[in-house]
Design a protein around this ligand. Structure first.
Ligand code: PEP
Ligand code: MN
Length: 338
């Protein structure tokens, strides 16, 4: 940790910083320059409460040298982590495409959706039984019965199921239904109690980026899950809020190489909630694979015009199949497969 003093900091103020650092268990090292003094803290930085140093008189800035995240950091595990989802690897050489409708509607809809997802070549399916909607007056998801309908449809094609957990009170139900991957949605990225609870399970977790979260906040949210013992975390970028109104969110492709550098955990991209329109999905999906994403989360529906939720952004079975072919070509060019 480096503590930069203000230009006019007095000897007493510098001594107070040294004293505080010693009391916190690190060794202060003072460098006096012509303009200002810098105090280095040598030792285990995690022992130092940054805010308590910042609050001292004469302190201008406190810079951490170490990353605040530990388990999710690349330095914790040099190699890329590959997450095993019922025998399907996510995070290795193979780019995985996870697809399905935004929401469970009926058993017939689920059966048709699972067939389309499997026939397109996707190996995992994602559908929501509980939906976080902006308005309390719109469809909120079919609820627990949806988990059963989803499982019934997906198991015919050996597709592991991915679904969103919004409420910690539903976690036991999710475990009873043996949900294969728990999705934490953008609105819950910093629901720390929910993160702690999924951290106590060993279920793979897809952690969507909060719609206005920085990369550091996102990594720290993942650290909450990891700190509980669950290291099976998959980051999912789904677009961030911006000033632009021509699309729903702005897909942050830059987050892919940044996360690849900062963490050993896989990152997938959701082009559907980023663009918000089905016609944007192929372009964003292709860009994501080219930029090194480990997978995609794509909303598809057997009949998009009839979807109960996010109808505008769902692609149809034929579009999914065509897109899979294009993505396979891009994956091969960069030495991966799909
Ligand atoms: C979803 O995946 O259907 C969803 C609501 O996504 P997000 O949390 O990214 O808005
Ligand atoms: Mn959706």
């Amino acid at each position: 940790m480096i503590i930069i003093m203000t230009p006019g900091a007095s000897d007493e103020q510098i001594a107070a910083v040294e004293e505080k650092l010693s009391a916190m268990g690190v060794e202060p090292h003072v460098s006096r320059g012509i303009e200002r003094t810098v105090v280095g803290a040598i030792g285990d930085e995690s022992k130092v409460e940054k805010e308590l140093i910042e609050a001292l008189a004469g302190v201008e800035n406190v810079i951490r040298v170490m990353k605040p995240y530990k388990i999710v950091a690349r330095s914790y595990h040099e190699a890329d982590t590959v997450i095993d989802i019922k025998g399907i690897p996510l995070g290795g050489k193979t780019v995985q495409v996870i697809s399905g409708p935004c929401s469970v509607e009926t058993q017939e809809q689920m059966d048709a959706a699972a067939k389309a997802v499997a026939e397109a070549g996707c190996r995992l399916m994602r559908v929501g039984a509980f939906k976080p909607r902006t308005s309390p007056y719109t469809f909120q998801g079919v609820g627990v019965d949806g988990l059963t309908m989803f499982r019934n449809a997906a198991e015919k094609y050996n597709l592991p199921i991915v679904t969103e957990l919004m409420d910690v009170r539903m976690l036991d139900t999710f475990l009873e239904h043996d949900v294969d991957v728990i999705q934490i949605g953008t609105r819950n990225m910093q629901n720390f109690d929910l993160l702690k609870e999924v951290g106590r399970t060993h279920k793979p977790v897809i952690l969507k980026r909060g719609m206005a979260a920085t990369v550091k906040e996102w990594l720290m949210a993942a650290e909450y899950i990891a700190a509980g013992g669950n290291h099976n975390i998959i980051f999912c970028e789904r677009g961030v809020r911006s000033f632009e109104t021509y699309y729903r969110n702005m897909l942050d492709v830059t987050a892919i190489p940044v996360l690849k550098r900062e963490t050993h955990l896989p990152i997938i991209i959701d082009p559907s909630h980023a663009g918000g329109k089905s016609w944007m999905v192929p372009a964003l999906a292709r860009a994501a694979v080219a930029a090194g994403a480990d997978g995609l989360l794509i909303e598809s529906h057997p009949s998009p015009c009839e979807a109960w939720c996010d109808a505008d952004q769902a692609i149809d079975p034929q579009e999914l199949k065509t897109l899979m072919g294009e993505l396979r070509g891009i994956a091969q060019v960069i030495g991966r497969d799909l």
